[in-house]
Design a protein around this ligand. Structure first.
Ligand code: URA
Length: 430
């Protein structure tokens, strides 16, 4: 077996690494035989020299095999999964899971906490009293058999190689590398073992990769690498130039998701959710089209599916019968400084301000204020009059500084006419 020095000098020189060399890196990450300096050097060489498709597949497979692999699809046929690259107001998973389960398409999703300026599904689900999000393989299987849905945070050692490499990427300026991102995401996604995985790759100011071409490249690499692992896969590039839905926060987004399951969801959230549901179903060969999804909502089955799932995961039945959602008491109305058209939302900045307001974490040990939220009333392209409400903040304490910051996120141009709303689904990559 080549030494770390030999592997590093080959990659530094731009050579292709073989599967056994990549296996040596991930093994070294897990058993501690590679130092932080050597792993950091590998990451930097990978960023500067690139990893080709085969190396990316090898890194994905070795990071996956570094930990527990559940392979749920071997016991639950036609199991689906959806992954989002993260966005502001992105509550799609909370609607999609119960909705597909109500249409007899089983779904297992491992969720995460908020990352950077984007919120995390696990943080939103914390607002359901009693809900136990800890999932291991046997609990996930039991939930899939009972209610067709398992959503939570893995308790077992999934992809430990990624855990060590990911922590080093943050401190070695090696986060922004498509092959490293893909191997990192997929080493965890593939561990549950869904038969079909659909990626919601966000594009626009509030996305992880704002530029559409970079987002498309990420989507292509995610889909190709997933397929090379023997699963079905496709991706939709969806708009993140403004928050998805009307609400941003934690408890407030959960409430919006529950309302969506009751047939009261905003159009953009429903369109993106329906398209992703159709995509998962079609990859699995399930006959679930738009009319089935709409019927599941109109008939109340989707809402029931949410309650059955949450109760099976320990949610308090009396809360489920009449849910209450925390909303911070200090309301601050953000008013349009002049008449015009909402031309741009600084969506990334808005996500970062939500963290400042308490809805996200600056450090991993921080606690989140679930009731802090923002309601967007005006959407891109819409006309407003001077003094009209654009959005409303819900804070624990009023803050003029935060109000000013949030207001600056909404840019009003002087146009007389309303503009076109942004396209929601920009591309399908299949
Ligand atoms: N999410 C991950 O899990 N890994 C990355 O590298 C980026 C986003």
């Amino acid at each position: 077996m080549p030494s770390p020095y030999e592997i590093l000098s080959r990659k530094r020189g731009g050579e292709r690494l073989g599967r056994d060399e990549i296996a040596a890196v991930t093994r070294g990450a897990v058993d501690g035989s590679w130092t932080d300096a050597q792993l950091g050097a590998f990451l930097m060489a990978a960023v500067l020299r690139g990893l080709d498709a085969e190396e990316t597949q090898a890194l994905t497979a070795e990071m996956l095999d570094s930990g527990d692999v559940w392979d749920l699809a071997s016991e639950v046929p036609r199991l689906g999964d959806k992954h989002s690259t993260g966005g502001v107001g992105d509550k799609v998973s909370l609607v999609l899971g119960p909705l597909l389960a109500a249409c007899d398409v089983p779904v297992a999703m491992l969720t995460g906490r908020g990352l950077g300026h984007t919120g995390g599904t696990a943080d939103k689900l914390d607002s359901i009293p009693g809900l136990d999000q800890a999932l291991d393989r046997s609990r996930a299987l039991r939930l899939l058999e009972e209610v067709g849905l398992a959503v939570g945070v893995a308790t077992e050692g999934i992809a430990p190689a990624d855990r060590r490499l990911y922590a080093l990427r943050d401190s070695t300026a090696t986060v922004d590398s498509l092959p490293l991102i893909v191997a990192s995401i997929l080493s965890k996604k593939l561990a549950t073992g869904a038969e079909a995985i659909v990626f919601d790759v966000k594009t626009g100011d509030g996305a992880f990769l704002p530029e559409i071409d970079a987002a498309a490249e990420l989507a292509r690499l995610l889909v190709d690498t997933t397929r090379a692992s023997g699963r079905r896969s496709s991706a939709l590039l969806t708009d993140m130039s403004q928050p998805l839905g009307r609400w941003v926060g934690n408890a407030v987004e959960l409430r919006e998701a529950v309302e969506a399951l009751e047939g009261r969801g905003p159009g953009d959230l429903m369109e993106v959710t329906f398209r992703l549901c159709e995509e998962v179903a079609s990859l699995l060969g399930a006959e679930v089209g738009r009319s089935h999804l709409e019927r599941a909502i109109d008939s109340g089955r989707a809402r029931e599916s949410f309650a059955r799932w949450a109760e099976a995961q320990g949610a308090d039945p009396s809360w489920l019968a009449s849910p209450k959602f925390d909303r911070a008491p200090a309301e601050v109305v953000l008013e349009a400084p002049r008449a015009g058209r909402l031309e741009r939302v600084r969506n990334r900045r808005l996500g970062l301000l939500m963290i400042e307001a308490g809805a996200g974490r600056k450090r991993p040990e921080d606690t989140i204020d679930a009731g802090v939220g923002l309601r967007c009333r005006v959407r891109l392209g819409q006309r407003v009059e001077a003094g009209e409400e654009i959005a409303r903040l819900y804070l624990r304490q009023p803050s003029a500084e935060l109000a000013r910051g949030f207001l600056e996120c909404f840019e009003i141009s002087e146009g007389e006419d309303a503009g076109e709303p942004p396209e929601l689904i920009l591309r399908r990559i299949g």
